[in-house]
Each structure stands twice: as structure tokens, then as C-alpha cells.
Design a protein. Structure first.
Length: 290
């Protein structure tokens, strides 16, 4: 099993003036620890489970570009891009630039968006749920076309591109791996089966059922279920003094038995750096062969 480090919280000791230094330290220690990938959220305000909206939040693709310059090995992605915050043509360019400048380490995490408060607050486009999912599918089609040899027009219901030119092309061919976040059974998991290289589903009691639903969608779409990387969005809480390390390892064994290949999540108190050391010393080696 591989592990991913999710960095959703930038409210750290030292404040904004020290943020870039601490973020680089967290990313470098995460890479050295053996994490397979590092991600950030695509939010412009902090989200409720992690703190009030006034807490520090960095723009996602600027942050990933910074991390590309500070790391050498880990894959880099959003978990996940809000499809309606950027037009698909520009989004494909952003992910491509990240892939080129990171040496081929970009992944393309995307979802239908959900945080209406932040969108309304900053005047970002936020249509109905139905329209967001329609736009998500069209965005996937556009990005795939831009990463192909076809630079012709694209005509959809919501997006109209006169020429899908993308130069330079991504280093990762045929395209950066597409990860769709979410577990909606009628729409999201159907789009995973149709377009994605990876899914990202919350670590919950419903996880096994969601994987069964994905398997059913794959059957209907004529897709090999085994081709899709199964990733779970979780939370690593090792305890103040590492007292939950064994519990964490046991849970990762349970996830692996369900077919999860990548456990990707927030590391509680990562900014203090000690939890990253514990991941390197005890967690990652214990699950490497799962």
C-alpha cells in the first residue's frame, strides 16, 4: 500500500511570514518519509471541519507549483479541483504546466465542487448541482482532447473551444492520471468508470459498498475495474505521543484487504513535523508490502 499526504491546513505557528518555510519542510519530510504523493485542497476559504473560513488558505495551483520546485519524487495533485472555478481550457494548461515543471509528477484531481459559501463570497461561478456535473463531464472530455493529438474545436452544451491547442504537451503520456473525487453512486462513480484512472472515496463504513457500486458501473461501461486505482481519503491521527500508531497500521491493513491501493489523508499536527517522523519510522515501512 502507498500513502499520500494531504495538506489542507496552513494555520501554523509563525503565521503567514513563516508559512512558505514550514510548507517546504513538511513537503520535504513527507517525500523523505516515503509518501507517494502530496495534495492540497482546491478551496479559497478554510472548510468547516478544519477551522473557520478566516484561517489561512492558499490557492491550489500556485501552491502545487511551489511544491514542484521543492520536491523531486512525489506526485502532486489537488484533492480535488472544483470544476467550475476554472474554465477547462485554462485548467488543462495549469495541470500541464505543473506536469512539465515537476518533471512529469502531476495528477489531475477533479470533482463537481460543493462549497457554495466560498464561491458566492469571492464571486466564483457556482451553478446548480445538475449543471456542475454536466460541466464536470465536459471538462473531462476537453482535458482529454487537449492532451491528445486532436487540437480541433470542442462544442459542448456549456463549453465552446475554437481550438484545443496545448503546447507544450504534458510529459506524462497519454496524460496526467485523472483522479475523480467523491462517491455519489449515480453520477460521480459513473464518471470514474468512464473517464478516470483513479477514484478517491471517503474512508467510511460505506466504503465497501461504494467500491461495489463502482464495480457495477465499470461493468456497464465495459471498463476493467482493476484498471482504476482505488484511493481513500482518510485522516492519520497518530496521537500526541504516537499512542495510536498500531491502531493506524491495523486500519491500513483493513483498507488494503478491501482493495484500497492508496490511503491518502491529512496528518494531524503535520506542521509540528514529529508526526512525519513517526510516519517514516513506523507507519510507511509497516504497510509497504500490503
Amino acid at each position: 500500500m502507498r500513502l499520500g499526504l494531504h495538506i489542507p491546513d496552513f494555520t501554523w505557528t509563525g503565521g503567514p511570514s513563516d508559512l512558505r518555510k514550514r510548507l517546504a519542510e513538511v513537503a520535504l519530510l513527507g517525500e523523505q518519509a516515503g509518501f507517494d504523493r502530496i495534495s492540497v485542497m482546491d478551496h479559497v476559504w478554510q472548510i468547516g471541519p478544519l477551522g473557520p473560513p478566516e484561517h489561512e488558505m492558499l490557492e491550489a495551483y500556485t501552491t502545487l507549483g511551489y511544491l514542484a520546485g521543492k520536491t523531486e519524487r512525489v506526485k502532486l495533485l489537488t484533492v480535488v479541483t472544483a470544476v467550475v472555478y476554472r474554465d477547462p481550457g485554462l485548467l488543462a494548461k495549469s495541470v500541464t504546466a505543473l506536469d512539465v515543471l515537476s518533471g512529469g509528477r502531476a495528477m489531475f484531481g477533479i470533482g463537481a465542487a460543493w462549497n457554495e459559501d466560498e464561491a458566492r463570497g469571492l464571486g466564483l461561478f457556482f451553478p446548480s448541482t445538475v449543471e456542475r456535473f454536466e460541466r464536470l463531464e465536459e471538462a473531462l472530455e476537453i482535458c482529454l482532447q487537449m492532451w491528445s493529438e486532436d487540437d480541433g474545436p470542442y462544442e459542448g452544451k456549456h463549453y465552446h473551444l475554437a481550438r484545443t491547442l496545448n503546447s507544450p504537451q504534458s510529459l506524462t503520456r497519454p496524460h496526467p492520471p485523472i483522479l475523480i473525487g467523491g462517491a455519489g453512486e449515480r453520477k460521480t462513480l459513473r464518471l470514474v468508470a468512464r473517464y478516470a484512472d483513479a477514484c478517491n472515496i471517503f474512508d467510511s463504513p460505506e466504503l465497501a459498498h461504494k467500491l461495489d457500486v463502482l464495480r457495477e458501473h465499470c461493468s456497464r461501461e465495459g471498463r476493467d475495474y482493476s484498471e482504476i486505482e482505488k484511493t481513500v481519503q482518510t485522516r492519520f491521527d497518530l496521537g500526541e505521543h504516537g499512542e495510536r500508531v498500531e491502531e493506524t497500521i491495523e486500519h491500513l491493513h483493513e483498507l488494503a484487504e478491501m482493495g484500497i491501493q492508496v490511503a491518502h489523508g491529512m496528518l494531524v499536527d503535520a506542521g509540528s513535523l514529529r508526526p512525519l517522523e513517526l510516519m517514516a519510522e513506523r507507519i510507511i515501512p509497516a504497510v509497504a508490502d500490503l
